[in-house]
Design a binder for this molecule. Sequence first.
Ligand SMILES: Cc1cc2nc3c(=O)[nH]c(=O)nc-3n(C[C@H](O)[C@H](O)[C@H](O)COP(=O)(O)OP(=O)(O)OC[C@H]3O[C@@H](n4cnc5c(N)ncnc54)[C@H](O)[C@@H]3O)c2cc1C
Length: 353
Amino acid sequence: MSAEQDRPPHDVVVVGAGIGGLAAAEALHRSGVDVLVLEARPRTGGRLLGTAEGLDLGATWCWDGEPRVLGLVDRLGLATYAQHLAGDTVVEDQRGVQRYPGNLMDVASHRYVGGAGALTDALAATLPAQRLLLDHPVHSVARGAGGVLEVASRGRTWHARHVVLAVPPAVAADTVRLPADLPDDLVRVAAETPVWMGQVAKVVAVYDEPFWRHDGLAGAAASRVGPLQEIHDMSGPEGRPAALFGFAPSALMGPDADRQVRAQLARLFGARAADPRRVTIQDWSRERWTSPTTAAAGAPDHSLFGHPVFQEPTLEGRLHWASTETSPAFAGHVEGALVAAERTVDRILAAAS
Ligand SMILES: Cc1cc2nc3c(=O)[nH]c(=O)nc-3n(C[C@H](O)[C@H](O)[C@H](O)COP(=O)(O)OP(=O)(O)OC[C@H]3O[C@@H](n4cnc5c(N)ncnc54)[C@H](O)[C@@H]3O)c2cc1C
């Protein structure tokens, strides 16, 4: 038996070190709660991920009207800058490429200096090192003696008064064996709740300069031809590094995707766009810890987001949900993950008082 198995139960074990899990863990730790975070990947951040230059491969923007994320940026001493908006839009269909005056694709939004991963890096840094274990995929949560829960990963077992599943519900259903007496509707809804952006690829092309801006273009495009369906300026502050990014359905990202993307960028933004310094394709559907193997083909049913089954803990108040998909407000956004984390922290602190 390991030393961990001998020790008294943790107050809380959080499964997943994305923004939801880390926000919950940071708030609990700040309130004096004994919390341990187990993360499957060798990195924190989940769907917050950047290239080496800090260009986002996952979440990019936050918006006015999202008080939690903007408050968190301030509290963590981080900075944002405005999404580049100025310039015209290009639209591509089978007949060719048309230019339209003004930016028809983007609304005013904020970008994170250093990339969105700065949020989770800063939250992780508030936890003592031994309270955040990377490379620890949780494969089961079970009922243990005395009402505590048992959390198993890599041949070890941790005991906890509360467990927070801060992973998309369908990923939990796919990767974690849960107690057999969970309510049937919770098990069904969890398995069926789609992962926000779980079937999307994000493609980032880095250039020496934002030449499209010099041509009066916003770097904003819509395409019915593809593979990218919408494109935005992804440059850093003051246009450095210079970059464009686009979204494509994962299904369109075949072996020839790099060549197709370069050809499309050249059609939309001119010959210089054909030769980026680098193209990075982040296909989230291939990420085991983001996209469940059971993901249904076809249009995702977002009406399951924020479902009532996720709002109250189960297993006598011990099992909680804290991913963005479980939030009744801003679901899908970073703000939604913070709403879910806040709800979970409130429930756990109320149970302790
Ligand atoms: C391409 C893309 C663009 C986006 N753009 C925006 C945007 O502009 N603005 C915005 O607000 N939002 C955006 N989002 C959504 C945003 O990224 C998410 O809302 C947010 O990151 C979700 O955080 P989370 O903590 O709920 O989940 P996740 O980030 O998915 O975190 C879950 C964590 O749990 C871990 N995990 C999974 N299974 C296990 C297991 N069994 N054991 C242990 N750990 C496990 C995962 O590795 C991961 O670290 C975008 C997402 C994508 C993919």
